[in-house]
Design a protein around this ligand. Structure first.
Ligand code: ADP
Ligand code: ASP
Ligand code: MG
Length: 318
């Protein structure tokens, strides 16, 4: 990479960067993050600077002061499998209702079932040659973010029907600020003062996962499976020590239990063991969520929405 290219990237990202190239790898260091990738960076720089493999950039790079009420707040995340239909949403609300008896609750919800895939297919139908350029990423993010908007409103409606003081919010409404990288945005900051204010009149905040608002005001998405990262980012920002990820299996297994019949159930894993599984394709927890939890020392508990008696799998440093 030439100095000119480093400057070009630096200017476009509005961050001071330095680029160093060794053994076919380029490392760029900025104020908040470090990027590493192979030298095909050069080709991509010409087309869309910094739309690189963002694998090594960090979510929520700067720590905020924990809220004084952090130990009175629980953060629960429910995936698309848990909110696939209204019957399942009622199970989700049972869990939320029981936790809300002793704590204020931040609930993060994904889009219902395969909604994101359906929206993606619709977007591809609008493009003449989807395989070549793909849909415009700004428009695609605005579209995909609507999936989660549907599910949060439905969850809030069901909770309010039970007399629970619940309100739903998009990522933007709850103050999740990301960088400008459409379809793979990183969480930059979260407005925890706003969350504290919202808890004055509400007991449950239902937040749309997978999305935020960029510094230039566009709706962004965090990448497929990104609702886990939303939940961990919210837990980390408010200062919680734990985040519960509810899904459709009892927890983490040695292999996908829906594929491998006698996969072993794991009651506990280290962050690194879970990261390895996520990188190997186990989508049960988003790798970026595990990485973020590790950096903040936040325990993850993977649990089954439909089998609350099972304690699930604990993921932490032990
Ligand atoms: P959610 O909608 O809750 O986000 P996901 O489909 O993203 O759910 O993740 C849950 C699925 O992950 C399970 O249904 C399971 O098939 C799959 N999975 C893959 N690998 C594993 C594993 N090692 N342990 C548990 N589940 C796994
Ligand atoms: N709805 C998004 C997806 O399907 C985000 C998520 O489920 O975590 O990828
Ligand atoms: Mg998931």
């Amino acid at each position: 990479m030439s100095t000119d290219q480093a400057t070009q990237i630096s200017n476009l990202n509005n961050r001071p960067l330095t680029a160093v190239q060794t053994d076919g790898m380029v490392t760029m260091q900025g104020r908040h993050w470090v990027l590493r990738r192979r030298t095909n960076i050069q080709r991509r720089c010409h087309t869309q600077a910094l739309n690189l493999d963002y694998k090594y950039a960090y979510d929520l790079p700067e720590r905020r002061q924990p809220l004084s009420s952090a130990d009175q707040i629980a953060v629960l995340k429910f995936g698309g499998t848990s909110v696939k239909n209204i019957g399942r949403i009622r199970h989700v609300c049972d869990v939320i209702e029981s936790v809300s008896k002793s704590k204020k609750v931040i609930v993060v919800v994904s889009a219902m079932g395969d909604t994101t895939d359906t929206l993606l297919k619709l977007a591809n139908q609008c493009v003449t040659e989807p395989g070549v350029s793909g849909p415009d990423v700004r428009e695609l993010d605005l579209l995909l973010a609507t999936g989660e908007q549907v599910s949060v409103a439905l969850v809030a409606l069901c909770l309010r029907d039970r007399g629970i003081r619940a309100r739903s919010f998009t990522g933007s409404q709850i103050g999740i600020v990301t960088d400008n990288q459409h379809s793979c945005a990183r969480v930059r900051d979260i407005d925890t003062d706003l969350i504290e204010d919202l808890f004055v009149d509400n007991d449950v905040l239902v937040v749309a996962g997978f999305q935020g608002i960029s510094e230039n005001g566009s709706v962004t998405t965090l990448g497929r499976g990104g609702s886990d990262t939303t939940a961990v980012a919210l837990a980390a920002a408010v200062g919680c020590k734990r985040c519960d990820i509810y899904t459709d299996v009892d927890g983490v297994y040695s292999a996908d239990p829906n594929v491998v019949e006698n996969a072993e159930f794991l009651t506990a894993l280290t962050y690194d063991e879970m990261l390895e599984k996520a990188q190997g394709g186990a989508q049960v927890v988003h790798g970026r969520a595990v990485d973020l939890a590790k950096r903040y020392g936040l325990r993850l508990q993977v649990r089954n929405t439909f089998n609350p008696q099972c304690g699930g799998t604990q993921i932490d440093c032990a």
